[in-house]
Design a protein around this ligand. Structure first.
Ligand SMILES: CC(C)(COP(=O)(O)OP(=O)(O)OC[C@H]1O[C@@H](n2cnc3c(N)ncnc32)[C@H](O)[C@@H]1OP(=O)(O)O)[C@@H](O)C(=O)NCCC(=O)NCCS
Length: 222
């Protein structure tokens, strides 16, 4: 892996991009924290083939995420369903509030690599992204996972904030390093993606007592 850099340097780079206008796909997420962290009840479960279109639509509504082909989202909902999750509003049983796609890289199966996280505007800052990632990590499909990997662009404040917060909750920290370079890898079609690694994810974590596919907020204290 490339050499890690200091997170404050990474943040500085993001600010530079924003002030110079050198940003290709960023839109600030300025949603205020909601008063209650509890939010409404939601069901978190692995996706099925019938969720593909709704997932595709949610991602389209969540810039700066890259919009994938519908076929790609259907692969997540089928081949990668055991390491992906969808969150549904329990009140109506159908509104899609959140999505997280992840997989265990074949050459590094002890890592859960998070590809995309998307939470509907109305459900943001209620802890939903945390709940979805916790749900996946608690599954049998993640037995043996010791770290979380991901990538972020320098200007995606919400994304970095989410991974830092996740690391804090697990008693660990984020390591960041250059990865897919804007010129070399993306050939100027996309901002650089920086690699994130969060080691020792079980260090400060009390495993939740949970039945698969249910809403962690309905489970009571672990
Ligand atoms: C990033 C995103 C998934 C977070 O979802 P969320 O459900 O609102 O996140 P949570 O409520 O679980 O918050 C978790 C942490 O994320 C951080 N966070 C969330 N939104 C943030 C924002 N706008 N700015 C800074 N930090 C933010 C907070 O630190 C929070 O931790 P805290 O509770 O310790 O304060 C959501 O903002 C989103 O869908 N953004 C657009 C798509 C995107 O950028 N996805 C990430 C790329 S993979």
């Amino acid at each position: 892996m490339n050499k890690t850099i200091d997170i404050s340097r990474f943040r500085e780079r993001g600010r530079e991009y924003l002030t110079t206008g050198k940003v290709q796909n960023h839109k600030e997420d300025s949603h205020p924290r909601v008063a209650s962290k509890a939010g409404g009840a939601r069901i978190i479960r692995p996706p099925t083939v019938r969720d593909g279109v709704a997932v595709h639509d949610l991602i389209r509504a969540c810039p700066p995420l890259d919009i994938n082909s519908l076929y790609c989202n259907l692969l997540h909902c089928t081949h990668f369903a055991s390491t992906c999750a969808i969150a549904i509003d329990a009140a109506d049983g159908e509104s899609v509030l959140g999505w997280l796609s992840a997989y265990r890289p074949p050459a590094e199966p002890e890592t859960l690599f998070v590809w995309q996280v998307a939470v509907a505007f109305a459900a943001r800052r209620t802890g939903l992204a945390h709940d979805i990632l916790d749900d996946i990590l608690a599954r049998e499909a993640c037995r043996g996972v010791v770290r979380v990997g991901a990538s972020v662009t320098a200007t995606n404040v919400a994304s970095l904030g989410f991974f830092e917060s996740f690391a804090r909750r697990r008693g660990t920290h984020v390591e960041i390093a250059p990865w897919l370079d804007e010129s070399e890898a993306f050939q100027s079609r996309h901002d650089s993606e920086w690699s994130i690694r969060i080691e020792d994810i079980e260090a400060g974590h009390r495993p939740p007592i949970r039945a698969e596919h249910s809403n962690p907020r309905d489970r009571g204290p672990a």
